[in-house]
Design a protein around this ligand. Sequence first.
Ligand SMILES: [Zn+2]
Length: 153
Amino acid sequence: MHCPFCRNADSRVVDSRSTEDGTCIKRRRQCTDCGKRFSTVETASLTVVKRSGVSEPFSRDKVMSGVRKACQGRPVSDDQLAVLAQQVEESIRSKGAAEIDAHDVGIEILGPLRELDHVAYLRFASVYQAFESLTDFEDAVADLRRHALRDAG
Ligand SMILES: [Zn+2]
């Protein structure tokens, strides 16, 4: 990071703090040459690797649009989708890895989606867990029932 005032390449960090959601680190720096202070924001990068081997930056919008498809016709709002995407990002980032398989992103979505809407969950799970038969659906429904019972105490 070059000093924006004199282009000196060297600076020292005088203060750093992470944003509330932990995705960015803000640093206050002081140029070692001219002594002026400036701020930088560093985003902890998170890369999603697709099955094709292509990688792209993690995007909450992509999570939302994928889940939105599964939620068609269901009483799920965009606000709820945004919260879900945030939960997914936080749970992935909390693992500390800089890279994640697209398939694992799908798996991370399943938990919060199950809480949101059972039908959307089944649609999504049928794609991500590659359901091939009625038995797969039956198992998933049985699993949902178990969770519902447990949540009901
Ligand atoms: Zn400077």
